[in-house]
Design a protein around this ligand. Sequence first.
Ligand code: GH3
Ligand code: MG
Ligand code: MG
Ligand code: MG
Length: 302
Amino acid sequence: MFKDVSDLASCEVLIVDDSELMRRLLVGCLKDTCKVVTVESAEEAIAYCQEETPDLVLMDWVLEGMSGLEACKRMQATPTLSEIPIIFVTSNANEESQLQCWEAGAVDFVPKPIVPKTLQNRVKTHLKYKLQADVLRNYSFIDGLTGIYNRRFFDTEVERLLKQRHRVAHSLSMVMIDIDFFKKYNDYYGHLSGDDVLKQVASKLKEIVRRPLDSVCRYGGEEFVVLLPDTPLQGAKIIAKTLVRAIAGMELEHNQSEHHVVTISAGVSSATKTCASVESLMKNADDALYEAKAAGRNTYKY
Ligand code: GH3
Ligand code: MG
Ligand code: MG
Ligand code: MG
């Protein structure tokens, strides 16, 4: 799921330069190290980074339209883009210019005309740092018990998806899930068996929710939440139904439950014109989950 720390070849570097000759030269320097993409302007660079999140940007300073320096400042000020390191490659190399690059948040500075070996090594070094930072961040997004995403990931991801939805107006749905009579399960079978059920349920949910952009998170205790970008309510209901059936279908013994096996209840919500905040999405899903519990559990509501 995540890139390996030593896998530079899987990294992507975005080259921003308005000179075709320079772009070709830079691509030639880097194409054996990593994947390379080029754009001609700062505006295109920002748009590209919003969609694709490259691992590193090589930024020219003097560009038509927005300058590279301004683009760097804007990216640094944007939470989703500020993690992408930027190296300036520019002939504005006097002391004052270099200071301005550092102040704008650049991680390095390579003067033109470039020395290919120096550029390659600077890029390699910064890609390694970037991969290490990614690995640490990714670990901080994983739940230790079940190996699926945790609450911290959910909080970050749901914000990101809702913002993205503003731009591209796609749908976003959510399924909140809670294991039924789980306290009784722990009391009867013991906490370690309870932990094992949490792992098995998490793994089944992940097995079913398998589109690359979907995510299954452990929200806390015995509660999970599934994020379904680009999925209207109708689609999310089908997923909720499938999940509820699949967990009961595992037939994990639970003789303290009226269903005799481990079951879940689920509440579904979708972002609409009037319900577009994290809070309202969560509240609607939570209310629906409560209804599912009241309706006898092992079911879903919306
Ligand atoms: P309901 O059907 O209404 O959801 O009943 P419930 O018993 O599942 O609900 P409640 O919220 O009262 O209990 C949740 C229980 O989940 C409490 C705790 O024993 C258990 N639990 C929470 N986190 C963990 C965990 O990490 N491991 C284990 N084994 N149990 C946990
Ligand atoms: Mg230029
Ligand atoms: Mg609960
Ligand atoms: Mg419960």
